[in-house]
Design a protein. Structure first.
Length: 102
């Protein structure tokens, strides 16, 4: 009767994903220790870059009295943050698909 237990929504969803991936020919390979470490290092580096960007942004914002100037600073901050996040995600994807250190 152990096999008759009810499955959670999560378990059912994961089964559907595995079935769909198998039908589409998607192969999931576990990450090597080197890949995991490379991804962790990429995340650390970009977390630090984003923290630095936020600190600089917060230091500039109070000095900007003009609402237009604040908007320009805010837009620049968002663009740079989005760029860093996209760059981080691209490097992580390369690390996932590569078998060599990046």
């Amino acid at each position: 009767m152990a096999g008759d237990r009810l499955k959670s929504s999560f378990e059912l969803a994961m089964e559907r994903f595995r079935t769909r991936d198998a039908a589409e020919g998607v192969e999931h390979k576990p990450l090597s220790d080197a890949q995991k470490e490379a991804i962790a290092e990429i995340r650390r580096v970009y977390e630090a870059k984003i923290a630095e960007l936020e600190i600089l942004h917060r230091s500039k914002t109070p000095a900007a009295i003009d609402p237009g100037e604040r908007d320009v600073l805010e837009d620049g901050y968002r663009r740079e943050r989005d760029r860093l996040l996209a760059e981080r995600d691209a490097r992580i994807e390369r690390a996932r698909s590569a078998s060599v250190d990046l």
